[in-house]
Design a protein around this ligand. Sequence first.
Ligand code: C5P
Length: 291
Amino acid sequence: MKIFALAKINLGLEVIRRRDDGYHELRTLFQSLSLADELEFFPRNDDLIRLSGNKKSVSWGNDNLIYQAALALKRAKPGTYGVEIKVRKNIPPGYGLGGGSSNAAVTLLFLNQLWNLGLAPGELVEIGRQLGADVPFFFHGGFCLGEGRGDLIQPQPEKWKWAVLVVLPPFSLSTRWVFQQARLSLTSKPKVSKINQFLKSGCLAALENELEEVVFSRFPRLREIKEALKDQKAELSLMSGSGSALYGLFATSQQAEEAGREISRLFPEVEFRVCQTVKRSQYWTTIGVGV
Ligand code: C5P
């Protein structure tokens, strides 16, 4: 049985303060994308979890969040059941596109059914939250506000559909490292939330990703790519999450494709993908597993 794990971008990200648990209090807007990994599940009669995938650069060992998700379920409901999972990875890891977290969420949803565990949706979200701060969003999908560690999710009305040009620099970034750098430059000045302004006014241009500054100061080429996306008339161009992916929103796929070709002419080291934003209802029909 094959299911899909969709990527996300962050339409803005605000770092509010450092918490005592080492995490940061955030305000962010998550948006699902049509870019997706494919996960195929084969039941096993023994109690082994076997994981493999098409990309050599990805770790398919015990540290992979898919493995961790399966293991967390076996710990929550011990029993003799196993699974073999084969993954076709299309969402590059370490780019702020949520691939690992999305993989974990759909694995929890699917194995709860395959193994007949009978865990309630809230219990699955709780297990997911412990695997990563981004995981709870993938139990909603579409367009959502994320607060707390990014794990307190409020679905938002979905008024748009965008073509999205995702630009992939030739390196990934560690989320932990980016937040460590951000911590050093955090100010405690009260700020007006651009995200709250956007939710009231609908004016996209107000949105910012506050992690950009620390990443761009270390990797100035990424700032140049962001500016080039603006020159290509993107309605919004931002870094997603903790990077390193940048994206531009366009009215049509054709505009996004043309902008992508121009960006890769100017920045030959990058790759790009053109995809679409995905609404919540479409998210649930696409992933192929329900709650
Ligand atoms: O939860 P996750 O494992 O995805 O987070 C990776 C790292 O990113 C955390 O260990 C933490 O250093 C940082 N982080 C943070 N504040 C958040 C989310 C992540 O500081 N809200």
